[in-house]
Design a protein around this ligand. Sequence first.
Ligand code: SF4
Length: 400
Amino acid sequence: MTDQAALQSVLDRAAAGGRITPQEALDLYRHAPLHALGSAADTARRRRYAGTEHIATYIIERNINYTNVCVTACKFCAFYAAPKDTKKGWSRDLDDILRRCAETVELGGTQIMFQGGHHPDYGVEYYEEHFSAIKKAFPQLVIHSLGASEVEHMARISGVSAEEAIRRIHAAGLDSFAGAGAELLPERPRKAIAPLKESGERWLEIMEIAHGLGVESTSTMLMGTGETNAERIEHMRMIRDVQGRTGGFRAFIPYTYQPENNHLKGRTQATIFEYLRMIAIARLFLDNIAHIQGSWLTVGKEAGQLSLHYGADDLGSIMLEENVVSSAGAKHRSNRQEIIDLIRKAGRTPAQRATTYEHLAVHDDPANDPVDDRVVSHISSTALEGGTAHPELKLVPTTN
Ligand code: SF4
């Protein structure tokens, strides 16, 4: 379908809350004028959030990279070290992790994202021990971490089912899963970039099990490693179908591949226009997922601001530490005041949110903005140095 009147008719239906098919989504993604696409997506967002449509949210969290040792060797990853590479590989001890949690609480963070490699020795017991220790020391912190890939890995190491692994880490303190590891769910692009990861079907199956056990999650999509437009839409169809059964995906977060320091170096990235079109299509096609997140860590601040006019209602996090996508070249940095200003200059009212998207603080008066520039200057991060050096803490936005 390339006829503009026919495309506008589909846009009008989607903007009014009607469901669109994967083929219609693909036609819109390929052929709808950018402005019309954004306008329809913004209308859909405003309708969903009638009464609070002027607000765009962010969260303060800490990403704790607990190890970079990984057996999975994804081709797009610049973070991992093979188990044999003892010079590059590192793991944090529990005291180090708890100190990072304490800093997070001190700086007003509400969420921990545990993110790391598939370590050959880390089974369910490792996560039980760490999550229960974090919850015991910091019951106020939400552990929004890991994903289906880690569950598949830890269950294999411990010789238990995915369901048992989820039950146990949930009982130990995990609150919800991040959408990590989704990458691209269709078989061809997934095998091309992450041949040792579980299949896309298995990723979704594990998320479905988690949702059935009351553990909700977000969902993500990695754009720009050579997948086709049809494969991008198929990725979303697979997620929409599971969501139709479980309702457990809180958000969808597309982000763009970063090309430095990994085996895919030189492959094309998704352009800003492709990214904005994807945000808009996500808002229109994923009519059963509440939140669409703009990921300005990978696309930049201006594109992040624009995403708020293309259907996104959330701008991710002020992240007190991040080393995975930044290892692959994501260079965008910010602090809390800057993200508040970005949202405001995009014409929206900023609000700090909880993991479950409730508004914790609405910044509707600039005179009352929180003063916390201290968070960029006095805390140390040792993630890339294996726990020895103490460079300044970096504040960056995130994608989960
Ligand atoms: S993306 Fe994750 S699973 Fe893949 S190599 Fe990197 S650390 Fe390992």
